[in-house]
Design a protein around this ligand. Structure first.
Ligand SMILES: *Cc1c(COP(=O)(O)O)cnc(C)c1O
Length: 455
């Protein structure tokens, strides 16, 4: 076997030309979305008023293992893909571990994260349907940034509802979005019925992702020629993100490397789902076995402490119901939580894989996450996003276990993005004023009690 380079690059020709739909190989399919009014399973057509038609079909497609990536999307991918699979030689040396650590780095584009992989696909299908524009929500701003890049490329209007606290605290992200032509509105706003209602009930609220989703959905359904798009959680997003896993697998195969452990951070589950899909596919078909770990924040632990039930996807309760590991749609991570990954629920695909014990999950405290981020930055050079650093933390822990056992495991993790816009959080950590808040069982039970009661 030839020596493994620091960076394993694929050629442009090796960019995947079809997304892999892991649902086709799942014996237990993710549960269907339900109409929040009637409790009945939704069909693709039921989603057409909210989502683009092609994306609605992808959302419902549990049978086709491969879905062709349109040439225009592949061409856009060529501007920033294939992303490198990096051998973390320097981190291995720092840890003194016999393990071999690899990370798939998705931060090499202006939006700074993997979210562009799905943003460009969603903008493409909106354009193809002849729409005027799309609406969405953004929390910290990575998704809004990615989407505004994608809509600028296809000449679509882009309306972003940004969680108010982020709008005020992250002016730089906001300006990137505006530079790409997006309109950015702090949420809750006075421009939608649901926003006005939330402002009335909770005057002075900082807003939340669930609330911004409700506003963006209302904005899409009340304007001619607009649809709503979402950057995570949905099965269509995991489908698009399968480019991460397909490229990672192709790069490993090129050098005859068999991964033992695969680690990803889990907010809504899209990067994790995309990274692991081709590997889980092999497990489902009985071709290989992997130890797959989803890493979530201890302050928002949907997989490790939530329930697997149908829940609302948004605070305003206008979206379809999804069966997922959830903390309840009214759950709010503590205000001092700086590390991202703050959505109350988890992708239905990742939830089902977890329930079927094909993957495991763990939660980590944010001060440990930032300690891992700092260690990584100092030896590998990249300033990681706090979200990505959840995966770094567990990759380091796994590599240190190998040091004890002497095993030379191949550990692969997803480095989803860079942390240049997260410096207020880094500042808190550097100043020693970051703390860890872990919700009590009572906190979680209270928000779970508000999940819908079905049949
Ligand atoms: C949005 C984001 C995440 C979390 O979202 P998933 O859907 O769980 O992947 C992780 N890392 C970065 C850098 C992000 O921007």
């Amino acid at each position: 076997m030839s020596e493994i380079p620091y960076k394993i690059y694929l050629s442009e020709k090796e960019i995947p030309t079809a997304w892999y739909n892991v649902r086709a190989d799942m014996k237990n399919k993710p549960a269907p979305l339900l109409n929040p009014g009637t409790g009945e399973a939704l069909k693709a057509e039921d989603l057409y008023p909210i989502f683009c038609e092609e994306l609605s079909k992808q959302e419902m497609n549990v049978t086709d293992p491969w879905i062709d990536i349109p040439g225009e999307i592949v061409d856009f991918y060529k501007m920033y893909r294939p992303s490198p699979l990096v051998r973390a030689y320097c981190l291995e040396k720092e840890l003194g571990t016999p393990a071999h650590i690899y990370y798939k780095f998705e931060g090499n584009n202006t939006s700074g994260s993997h979210k562009l992989n799905s943003a460009i696909a969603q903008a493409y299908y909106a354009k193809k349907q002849g729409l005027k524009g799309v609406t969405t929500e953004t929390g910290a701003g990575q998704w809004g940034t990615a989407l505004s890049m994608a809509t600028a490329y296809f000449g679509l209007d882009c309306q972003v509802y940004m969680v108010k606290v982020s709008y005020e605290q992250k002016p730089f992200r906001r300006e990137v979005m505006r530079t790409y032509g997006a309109t950015v509105t702090p949420s809750p706003s006075m421009t939608t019925n649901v926003g006005r209602k939330i402002n009335e009930e909770f005057p002075g609220t900082d807003g939340s992702l669930g609330c911004a989703i409700s506003e963006a959905v209302e904005a899409a359904t009340s304007q001619e020629g607009y649809r709503y798009v979402l950057g995570s959680v949905l099965s269509q997003v995991l489908l698009h993100q399968s480019v991460i896993g397909l490229e990672a697998k192709a790069a490993l195969d090129k050098y005859g490397i068999k991964a033992d452990t695969i680690i990803g951070c889990a907010g809504g589950g899209s990067n994790l789902g995309g990274l692991i899909s081709p590997f889980v596919g092999e497990m489902l078909r009985g071709e290989a076995n992997y130890d797959i770990i989803a890493v979530e924040p201890a302050s928002c632990p949907s997989l490790t402490r939530g329930s697997y039930v149908y829940d609302f996807c948004d605070t305003g309760r206008v979206c379809p119901l999804a069966k997922m590991y959830t903390l309840g749609s009214s759950f709010m991570p503590a205000p001092n939580h700086a590390g991202g990954l703050r959505y109350h629920g988890m992708s239905s695909i990742v939830s089902q894989l977890y329930d079927d014990k094909l993957i495991r999950a763990t939660s980590v405290k944010q001060t440990d996450v930032f300690a891992a981020a700092e260690k990584f930055a100092r030896v590998e050079g990249i300033l990681p996003a706090p979200e990505s650093s959840h995966a770094i933390k567990v990759a380091i822990d796994e590599a240190l276990k190998c040091k004890e056992t002497g095993e030379a495991k191949n550990i692969v993790f997803g480095l989803t993005g860079t942390g240049y816009f997260d410096l207020v959080a880094y500042q808190k950590y550097n100043d020693g004023v970051m703390d860890d808040y872990i919700p009590t069982d009572d906190d979680i039970a209270k928000s779970l009690a508000q999940c819908p009661k079905l049949g």
